[in-house]
Write a protein that binds this ligand. Structure first.
Ligand SMILES: *Cc1c(COP(=O)(O)O)cnc(C)c1O
Ligand code: SF4
Length: 458
């Protein structure tokens, strides 16, 4: 990738290799730094000076939520794995170290919820790598150059993309693939640029993807979304970076072409909205006419507290943004470390929701992006002295599923859809047979293309 393509900040971005160069980490003991280095062999790690200087409260480390959000912790891996990695760092070969790290990664479910198996469209016998089309209206687009982030979140479900598990990388080389796909799919109204973070790309590079979309004059395309953590981790992207003004101009051009621009901002903690730079960046994006909708997962040790979410949604609305989704963390990576059981997630969600006026209640959650669709836990209900989870499909792989209510046995420890048992003695959930059929058909199609060329495969 050409160096000039990315805009990772005029400040230095630190990665796992430069743990000793991060001034703030010099306060850790040599032992803690060694363990950090060991964990970073497995879990990708990248942080920038803005996060280090303005977001992390170093007087509260290691419990500080932004520290937990960006710096991997020894407790995220098994003790045995950490000791083995530490030993290899002390006296093993690089090859042994890499092999051990890779084995641990592969045991961490690097690609949850059928992302490649089921979401990557296949047309004319060709897998359209770089696209995902799961819900009728919305296509996800993974520009090749947007497959990294300004900093990495330690719980990130995209972590496999950052550690070089190449097979798993979704990346489109060509904007043409996207235009062609949209022209052939009039049901699609939304394109969501995602990654990594598409706003790591310089605006000139982003334009190479966006301009063909506007030129193609696609009447079905109504909304262009950018999923980004830049408002939280790198507000300079909208303020002082050399191409910040051009990015805002690009947002204006999209609107001039008659399309809505949505910035899907990932804010995990109210502190990310509280710095002067964060407030100014959000203000500029809004002035450029984009609607900022906010989403984040619920993460133990980062934001597992109703007061934190109430503050977060309140701050978003006060600054003119729209609370959108609260997600349940996926079953991937260091899930055990971050996991919040569904029953607790519901208490946190409702505890926050009840404190706020209707303007903040545009949010939906807690929601699981699971294989059949986005499933929201709406509540717990009691029938004949038994408790049940009330679930609803917000988005479905089959559009007919959207809005369906269904029930599961209450289970205080369940943390994902796959942990739940259908209520009332049912053998399985309503979507189960159809999903199995879909998988079978899809497996057949994939077998027939497996030896074919992968267009746009990066
Ligand atoms: C969440 C999600 C979307 C967007 O869903 P909205 O409810 O429209 O925001 C699209 N595709 C996938 C795969 C998703 O997980
Ligand atoms: S910003 Fe998003 S994609 Fe990037 S590391 Fe964080 S969660 Fe992952």
């Amino acid at each position: 990738m050409p160096d000039g393509a990315l805009n990772l900040g005029t400040y230095r971005a630190f990665t796992a290799r430069d743990i000793d160069a991060i001034p703030q980490l010099r306060g850790l003991s040599a032992d803690a730094r060694l363990r950090l280095r060991a964990v970073a062999q497995v879990l990708p790690f990248r942080v920038n000076a803005y996060v280090l200087e303005q977001l992390i409260d170093w007087s509260r480390v290691p419990d500080d939520p932004i520290y937990q959000l960006t710096i991997p912790q020894a407790e995220m891996l098994d003790d045995g794995d950490v000791s083995a990695l530490v030993d290899l760092l002390r006296g093993g070969s690089e090859a042994e170290l890499q092999a051990r790290a890779r084995a641990i990664q592969m045991a961490m479910n690097p690609h949850p919820a059928g992302q490649i198996d089921l979401n990557v469209p296949i047309e004319d016998g060709v897998e359209r790598r770089g696209l995902q089309h799961k819900y009728r209206q919305t296509v996800l687009f993974f520009p090749a150059q947007g497959q990294t982030c300004h900093a990495y979140c330690t719980y990130c479900f995209r972590w496999a993309q950052f550690v070089g598990l190449e097979d798993l990388k979704f990346a489109a080389r060509e904007a043409e693939t996207l235009v062609d796909y949209l022209a052939r799919h009039p049901e699609v109204t939304d394109v969501l640029f995602t990654g990594g973070d598409p706003l790591v790309m310089r605006t000139s590079v982003l334009r190479r993807y966006v301009e063909p979309l506007l030129r193609a004059d696609l009447p079905n395309l109504a909304h262009i979304r950018f999923g980004t953590k830049a408002l939280a981790y790198w507000p300079a992207r909208f303020l002082t970076d050399p191409d910040a003004d051009d990015l805002l101009r690009l947002f204006g051009e999209i609107q001039a072409a008659g399309k809505h621009v949505a910035v899907m901002a990932h804010y995990s903690h109210p502190r990310e909205l509280a710095t002067p730079a964060a407030a100014a960046a959000l203000q500029r994006v809004r002035e450029a006419g984009a609607v900022v909708r906010c989403q984040a997962p619920l993460i133990r040790r980062v934001n597992d507290d109703p007061a934190v979410w109430a503050d977060l949604w309140r701050a978003q609305v006060r600054q003119g943004a729209v609370p959108y989704y609260m997600f349940i963390e996926r079953d991937t990576g260091p899930k055990e470390y971050f996991k919040v059981p569904l029953a607790r997630a519901l208490q946190i969600y409702q505890g926050a929701y009840r404190q706020l006026s209707g303007l903040c209640r545009s949010v939906r959650g807690p929601s699981m992006s699971a294989t059949p669709g986005k499933v929201v836990l709406d509540g717990v209900t009691e029938l004949d002295n038994r408790r049940y989870f009330v679930l609803r499909m917000l988005q479905g792989r089959n559009p007919e599923w959207v809005g369906r209510l269904f029930f599961a046995e209450y289970d205080p420890d369940a943390a994902w859809l796959s942990d739940l048992r259908p209520a009332f003695g049912a053998r399985e959930f309503f979507y189960s047979d159809e999903l199995a059929e879909l998988r079978r058909r899809r497996a057949g199609v994939r077998l027939s293309v497996i030896s074919g060329a992968h267009v746009g495969d990066a």
